[in-house]
Design a protein around this ligand. Structure first.
Ligand code: SF4
Ligand code: SF4
Length: 298
């Protein structure tokens, strides 16, 4: 079976225990305004152009069948591109590329297997991330079933936005689920992600019945969701609905800025800011006071 993926990442230490291989599934039902993997929510064929690595050799323009300029992100150029790949194959600096590509299940399993020595000796494993991995649930099921038989530790990073009954059999085989609560306010959740939070909160309650450890993650962004009231409401929800209530605060970063530029997308809002370390410590105290554990995988 084939699926759409971003580049897998080896040696990750932030996505679960030990050293992990992270498999990024492309595609997401949400559209968060701060998304770190924007290629996942676009047309998968979109070609990225990195101005910083381009040496201006002009080979891409010589081969382009529709006459796109070197700067694919200059006005009027993207509209012409038919994603034929020719420039990607010829570019000597890899400045033109696709950020999403097709892998078969066996190719992904091969990538995972090649890292076995690292995750076996560090009590690590594999983390399925995205995008939203459950969106390609048949592919996820194949991978999870295969790794389950080999006793590989598996974690899932999910938005929580899925049809529970359609993925329940997959979730039960996992060792850890990271699920985001981006905002407790339904309207603000919809404003910032394109979808309300009801389905996510309901799914968290259902996941709690599966006996798989859950860590609720909050991407903490000043001007969006870092206010005390929202963090307190999240902690109360987690305490009331999860057997071992754990929350990880993930302070906002803008590492994806270059990706936005390469894909010809508008910059993320300058209003999004990372909270200070002092304020994050304060928020952790709020979480603790509400009876949930504040954890960190960073
Ligand atoms: S992918 Fe094809 S059409 Fe698009 S810029 Fe490259 S050569 Fe031109
Ligand atoms: S082929 Fe690559 S390096 Fe050469 S001009 Fe085009 S994008 Fe730049």
């Amino acid at each position: 079976m084939n699926g759409y993926f971003m580049e897998p990442q080896n040696f990750s230490v932030n996505d679960g225990d030990g050293i992990r291989t992270v498999i990024f599934f492309a595609g997401c039902p949400l559209n968060c305004k701060w998304c770190a993997n924007p290629e996942s929510t676009l047309d998968f064929k979109r070609v990225s152009f990195n101005k910083k690595t381009c040496i201006g050799c002009g080979k891409c323009t010589e081969i382009c069948p529709v006459g796109v300029n070197i700067d694919l992100n200059s006005p009027g150029q993207r509209e012409k591109c038919i994603s034929c790949r020719s420039c990607m194959d010829i570019c000597p600096t890899n400045s033109r590329k696709k950020l999403v590509r097709i892998y078969s299940d066996s190719e992904i399993l091969e990538i995972i297997k090649s890292q076995e020595i690292f995750y076996r000796y560090s009590n690590g494993g594999v983390t399925f991330s995205g995008g939203e991995a459950t969106l390609q649930r048949d592919m996820l099921r194949i991978l999870v079933n295969s790794l389950y038989d080999k006793a590989v530790d598996m974690a899932l990073e999910t938005s929580g936005y899925f049809d529970f009954d359609e993925v329940k059999d997959i979730l039960t085989k996992l060792d850890l689920i990271f699920v985001d609560i981006k905002h407790m306010d339904e309207k603000k959740h919809e404003l910032y992600t394109g979808k309300g939070n009801k389905k996510i909160l309901e799914n968290i309650k259902k996941m709690n019945e599966l006996d798989v450890p859950i860590v609720v993650r909050i991407p903490v962004i000043d001007s969006v969701n870092s206010d005390e009231d929202n963090i307190k409401k999240t902690a109360v929800f987690v305490k009331e609905n999860i057997k071992n209530p754990k929350i990880e605060l993930l302070p906002y970063h803008n590492f994806a800025e270059e990706k936005y530029e390469c894909l010809g997308l508008a910059k993320m809002s300058d209003n999004f800011k990372r909270p200070s370390n002092e304020f994050l410590s304060h928020l952790k105290m709020i979480i603790k006071n509400e009876g949930a554990e504040s954890v960190s995988y960073i």
